[in-house]
Design a binder for this molecule. Structure first.
Ligand SMILES: *Cc1c(COP(=O)(O)O)cnc(C)c1O
Length: 382
């Protein structure tokens, strides 16, 4: 297929053909299509088996028990269920929530909605490396703090939080840690027990699975309670009703199984590509990396092109598909709130682009991107 070189894997990934193949076997009459909640016949049991197999595949990647996985429509819903569901279920014990200013909108907007409901939110400002420090978190903890919500890997910066340290602070104050791990699964090790995570949001489409399915990990020991947001047939132990989308879930399971088998080698190969990309631009004037490589994943590279108009730069880059800020707010011309949140000056934020690489990125793709950028920057530089 001819088209621009796709360097926007942090916005979404293409479905791995092996995942698509599994999904296609869970749709039609000759496949497994029955309702997994149908307990009275063989096709229903087979569908249930598919769902439970996928539940184990997802649980395995994060070191969880399959019974701790609640299917949702994606990480956005998982974030909503974690924040709203947990705060409402525990409102008798407190009303304070701590999060950061550079979380994904699925957390930022949900926390804002909770403020309107009478809960109190402390918004932590991360350092210039895109991370909230354990000391900062400790200073914000209160006696009535119920929940801390911090992401594993930032979707615009690639910055990785020190979850083990943040979890220790959270638990020392008797609170619960929620982690949005949509960008982290398949990229960094994510053992919920080693890291001390109580609630964790996952999405299939950032890991070569289909859009429209995700999960919330909900710790069973100690027992974490979340109140349902979607009411109905009492599916998912009452936490999330609705007929389970068997094909989507089978796809997410396969995608997570592939991530467990191949994630690390993918990341090592991508780290090489990422370095090749940066090396190819290193002698260009005004190129500045907005993040700190040592604490970031290699698959996301956020670069500013000082002195070049951001809009013109994007227009000049016809051959590569990249993102200004994050895809979710690319409709607005305001600079990214995440770059603003780590102190990047407005002018620099407006010339910044996010490049994100993935399983199907080739050396040739990287070289095309380097050539396009070199041409565009040299032409547009005053
Ligand atoms: C993509 C993303 C989401 C939203 O996930 P959906 O499955 O698309 O709802 C949430 N958080 C982060 C960090 C993301 O990258």
């Amino acid at each position: 297929m001819n088209g621009p070189v796709y360097l926007d894997y942090a916005a979404t990934t293409p479905v791995d053909p092996r995942v698509a193949e599994v999904m296609s076997r869970h749709l039609t009459l000759d496949g497994i299509y029955a309702n997994p909640a149908s307990r009275s016949h063989m096709p229903g049991w087979q569908a249930e088996q598919t769902v439970e197999n996928a539940r184990r595949q997802v649980a395995d990647l994060i070191g969880a028990d399959p019974r701790e996985i609640v299917w949702t429509s994606g990480a956005t819903e998982a974030d909503n269920l974690a924040l709203i569901g947990f705060m409402r279920a525990n409102r008798a014990r407190g009303r304070h929530l701590i999060t950061s200013t550079i979380e994904h909108k699925a957390v930022v907007d949900t926390a804002t909605a909770l403020e309107a409901e009478g809960f109190e939110v402390t918004w932590l400002s991360p350092g210039p490396d895109g991370r909230v420090s354990p000391t900062q978190l400790a200073e914000a903890m209160r006696d009535d703090t119920l929940l801390v919500s911090l992401m594993a890997v930032n979707n615009e910066l690639g910055a990785i939080h020190d979850l083990a340290a943040l979890s220790e602070v959270t638990h020392a104050h008797g609170a619960v840690l929620h982690v949005d791990a949509a960008q982290a699964s398949g990229r960094i090790p994510l053992d919920v027990n080693q890291l001390g995570i109580d609630l964790m949001s996952l999405s299939a489409h950032k890991v070569y699975g289909p859009k429209g399915v995700g999960a919330l990990y909900v710790r069973r020991s100690p027992d974490i309670r979340v109140e349902a947001l979607i009411h109905g047939g009492g599916h998912e132990r009452g936490m999330r009703s609705g007929t389970l989308p068997t094909h989507q879930i089978a796809g997410m399971g396969e995608a997570f199984a592939l991530a467990e088998r191949e994630g690390q080698q993918d990341q090592e190969r991508i780290a090489g590509l990422s370095q090749r990309f940066l090396d190819g631009l290193s002698d260009l004037p005004g190129v500045h990396r907005n993040t700190v490589a040592e604490v970031s994943v290699p698959n996301i590279v956020n670069l500013a092109f000082d002195g070049v108009d951001g809009e013109s730069l994007l227009m000049a880059l016809r051959g590569i598909a990249v993102s200004t800020g994050s895809a979710c707010n690319s409709a607005s011309v305001e600079p990214s709130y995440v770059l603003k949140g780590i102190g990047v000056p407005r002018a620099r934020a407006l010339t910044s682009l996010r490049f994100s690489f993935g399983r199907f990125t080739t050396e040739e793709d990287i070289d095309t991107a380097i050539a396009e950028l070199r041409h565009a920057v040299t032409t547009l530089h005053p």
